[in-house]
Design a protein around this ligand. Structure first.
Ligand code: ADP
Ligand code: MG
Length: 255
């Protein structure tokens, strides 16, 4: 079937730190144009899972495949160049650079022809600088950052910096994007903007893993949810089913 080649498959991922099993035999599949939420208590292994999938850590066991290619243990820049891109829990932006400059950094390393330019209806999706700059402007607009594009990033509110972090990741032209708590610390209005941006990414056919714990935010947005507890996957299904799941309530929703 069309698009099948761009799925990301994590199979039996285990990550140990000394005696601690941070991620314990987790398998999941991210499909193009689908949003999967990854939830669970603090310390349940969510960020570690993302770190393994994106090449920050080599797993103790298990394989990661993307577009039917084994990417297990590839360095993070090669994983990103292959189209699997992440954001960090703490935005990693260059403080004195403007918003536009920070986004340009995301575009600069691996500018290539993927669906993004086409999805944004940009003419001539080529490798040249003009196309790259047009893409930056389009993503600035999409992330609602055009008005602040020339401001140094460190003079802007936290929520704006988070949007810039997501925008920068988008400029790497991901086919799969992993968002580690992008809504943390956002106001309701900011969350609504982020939600729209994530919907736009879904519409472009990007496969999305979204770590978050605001159930109302997730309920309107996601196709699937996966719940981790102490590194183990205790639930996979839809949000409604999750809310009624005894194990999830005991581990996570109960408190
Ligand atoms: P979450 O993102 O769900 O809050 P993490 O993946 O950050 O959880 O952490 C899972 C567990 O792994 C925690 O107990 C954490 O302390 C531990 N951990 C994460 N990274 C490391 C590391 N680099 N070295 C040792 N322990 C780690
Ligand atoms: Mg985390």
């Amino acid at each position: 079937p069309a698009g099948q080649g761009a799925a990301l498959e994590a199979e039996g991922i285990t990550m140990r730190f000394g005696g601690l099993v941070a991620v314990d035999d987790v398998s999941l599949r991210l499909e193009p144009g689908r949003i999967t939420a990854l939830v669970g208590p603090n310390g349940s292994g969510k960020s570690t899972f993302v770190n393994v999938v994106t090449g920050i850590y080599r797993p103790s066991a298990g394989r990661v495949r993307f577009a039917e290619r084994d990417i297990t243990g590839l360095p993070d820049h090669q994983v990103a160049a292959a189209g699997v891109v992440r954001t960090f829990q703490d935005p990693r932006l260059v403080p004195h650079f403007t918003v536009r400059e920070n986004l340009l950094l995301g575009a600069h390393r691996q500018f290539r022809h993927t669906g993004l330019a086409a999805a944004l209806a940009l003419p001539g999706a080529t490798r040249d600088e003009a196309a790259q700059l047009a893409l930056v402007e389009a993503v600035l607009a999409l992330a609602d950052l055009t008005d602040v594009a020339d401001r140094p990033i460190d003079t802007l509110p936290y929520g704006t910096r988070r949007m810039a972090e997501v925008g920068r990741a988008l400029l790497a032209q991901p086919r799969i994007i992993l968002l580690d708590e992008p809504a943390a610390g956002l106001s309701e209005a900011e969350m609504e903007r982020l939600s729209q941006l994530i919907r736009d990414m879904k519409a472009m056919g990007i496969g999305i893993l979204l770590i978050d714990h605001h159930m109302d935010f997730l309920a309107e947005l996601v196709d699937d949810v996966v719940v981790l507890d102490s590194g183990r996957m205790i639930y996979r299904g839809d949000i409604a089913g999750m809310r009624g799941d005894a194990q999830v309530i005991a581990a996570y929703l109960g408190d």
